[in-house]
Design a protein around this ligand. Structure first.
Ligand code: NAD
Length: 303
């Protein structure tokens, strides 16, 4: 790794996401020439303000790349049984290629039951246990969008990742754990740091790559970083300011960029990549379904 410059360069998630979206648009165009039109169903349950913004952005980007979207807005008091019935209908509908249930869910609905109900081949979030297991074994599966987006940012920034030491801070099922698995597959030496780690900062200071997904505003500053480290900040936190509020990451950007060689800003770093990889996953899911329908043995014909 190179020695740290005076200030880290920004890793431009918006620009790299635009490249991914352009690739997705080309693939959607190629599928359209075969009369195949990818469609994504998005379920938004309840009134969570952040979820409404995330869903709106996902649907807008889907439209831009030519992916048809179906939006299901359900009230906060929707029963789990109702959600499961809807998912069963979407699973059975050959015109629907991807199903996304926006999290978090209202308290009467159990997240793991809903996720497990989605057909794994339509699970564009990559949260179903079949996809999680396949990811660990290195199979071709639908991989969680945020970690996939972070990997693309890292390849773009570092090139080959083999042999680099990566520290992932956070061990959630949707970011930390799949991120660590993907880094391992890219031949990094991987450490996962979490709320029970002893001297997390010392572990982090050994890392060439630091991926932070904790959900604590500006927790990681320059004192956690080795000179020249590449920093990916997954966190999105809204903090109050004297003039209102603003979004910050889990990394103290101003402090960290005095030591790091490259860093993702918040906003404009990981966020746009998550959406781009959701749409990429929708195309991958469509292709997997096409392949499955072609290889499925024909029904026996009886005279
Ligand atoms: P989570 O709450 O599920 O997990 C947080 C993890 O941080 C836990 O594993 C916990 O062990 C660890 N942790 C907590 N305190 C710690 C400490 N003091 N030291 C070390 N580790 C600690 O959160 P999540 O769903 O993984 O999300 C993390 C952040 O990323 C949030 O701010 C979330 O909003 C954001 N996020 C952003 C995107 C995106 O697209 N940019 C996507 C998903 C999540």
């Amino acid at each position: 790794m190179s020695v740290s410059p005076a200030f880290a360069r920004d890793i431009d998630g918006k620009a790299i996401a635009a490249q991914v979206l352009s690739e997705v648009k080309d693939e959607v165009g190629a599928l359209a020439r075969q009369q195949i039109h990818p469609a994504l169903a998005v379920l938004l349950i309840g009134d969570d303000a952040a979820s409404q913004v995330y869903v709106r952005n996902k649907l807008l980007r889907a439209e831009e790349v030519g992916i048809h979207s179906l939006e299901y807005r359900l009230p906060a008091n929707t029963t789990q049984a109702h959600v499961l019935t809807l998912i069963a209908q979407l699973n059975a509908d050959p015109a629907v290629n991807g199903i996304l249930v926006q999290l978090p869910l209202p308290s009467q609905i159990q997240e793991h039951i809903v996720i497990q109900a989605i057909d794994p081949i339509k699970d564009v979030d990559g949260f179903h246990r079949q996809n999680v297991g396949g990811l660990v074994q290195g199979a071709t599966v639908l991989t969680p969008c945020t970690p996939s987006g972070c990997m693309r940012l890292l390849y773009d920034t570092c090139g080959d990742l083999s042999g680099l030491h990566a520290v992932v801070i956070g061990r959630s099922n949707i970011v930390g754990k799949p991120m660590a698995t993907l880094l391992l597959q890219a031949n990094c030496s991987v450490s996962v740091v979490h709320s029970r780690s002893v001297d997390a900062a010392a572990l982090c200071r050994m890392a060439d790559i630091v991926v932070v997904a904790v959900g604590r505003p500006q927790m990681i500053d320059a004192s956690w970083l080795k000179a020249g480290a590449v920093v990916i900040d997954v966190g999105i936190n809204r903090i109050e300011t004297q003039t209102g509020s603003r979004l910050v990451g889990d990394v103290d950007y101003v402090s960290a960029r005095t030591v790091a060689s490259a860093i993702t800003p918040v906003p404009g770093g990981v966020g746009p990549m998550t959406i781009a990889y959701l749409l990429k996953n929708t195309v991958i899911a469509t292709r997997l379904q096409l392949e499955e329908s072609r290889t499925r043995a024909p029904e026996p014909q009886f005279a």
